[in-house]
Design a protein around this ligand. Structure first.
Ligand SMILES: [Fe+2]
Ligand SMILES: [Fe+2]
Length: 242
């Protein structure tokens, strides 16, 4: 995916020391779209998604408004795709202690070949302390897409970094919303069906719902606050109806 960052990258705290970095772009022939990265500031700071490789300068500069980017300890991402991890090596180059953090399939299939340093590969359900925060990796193969796909759950704040689930098109999204995002994200999916429609989608979404997330940190659009379990189950219903 390509497009021009329009120098309007913003960074906002959406939870305790959890920040959304937001870059709206215009994609020729498609229209407005946005890319989020999430930064967890802690003893071992974690960046979830890097943005496209060409977005590296604006993402780095946004992080620098909150902490020195050189302090990053983990560069994590849901799956191996340019907007998720295109700037991985650029971040590894500026942050000497940083490691790629991903699932075991991603490490085996792509990351340990492409990344300039070996991955820290988390098993399904494995937790990792960042200091005050603790993240848990959950495999979500092919949901919404990619064999190696997974999500991170932050145990203390009940934040689910849900990657491409609930993608909202357009620009101008507030950092956090409590308004409906299922309708807008289903409208986006109707336009561009980016799901693999894996057979196990209901079970995977049910497993995420059982975590009872109260914030869904979406990769495209606003983060969402509310009853995450209900919203994930509603998504499962919509996928089955499709
Ligand atoms: Fe993706
Ligand atoms: Fe994405």
């Amino acid at each position: 995916m390509s497009g021009q960052p329009n120098n309007e990258t913003s960074i906002d705290e959406i939870g305790d020391a959890i920040y959304r970095i937001y870059t709206p772009i215009q994609i020729p022939g498609v229209g407005g779209f946005s890319f989020n990265q999430y930064l967890i500031v802690d003893e071992a700071p974690l960046l979830f998604h890097t943005g496209l490789r060409r977005m590296f300068p604006v993402v780095r500069d946004a992080i620098a408004r909150v902490m020195p980017p050189e302090r990053l300890r983990y560069i994590s991402f849901s799956h191996f795709e340019a907007d998720e991890c295109g700037a991985l090596n650029e971040f590894l180059a500026i942050a000497p202690r940083a490691e790629p953090l991903c699932g075991q399939v991603a490490a085996m299939v792509s990351v340990n070949d492409v990344a300039d340093r070996p991955a820290r590969a988390l098993g399904d359900g494995e937790s990792l302390s960042l200091g005050r925060h603790e993240v848990r990796w959950l495999d979500t193969p092919h949901l919404p897409h990619a064999w190696e796909c997974g999500v991170l759950f932050e145990n203390r704040s009940s934040t689910l970094f849900c990657s491409d689930l609930f993608t909202q098109a357009g620009t101008g999204h507030p950092p956090v919303t409590e308004s409906d995002i299922l309708g807008p994200s289903e409208a986006a999916r109707a336009e561009m069906d980016y799901y693999a429609h894996a057979k196990g989608s209901r079970q995977i979404l049910e497993r995420l719902a059982a975590l009872k997330p109260t914030t869904l940190a979406c990769m495209h659009g606003s983060a969402w606050r509310g009853d995450g379990a209900s919203l994930l189950r509603a998504l499962a219903d919509r996928l089955e109806a499709a």
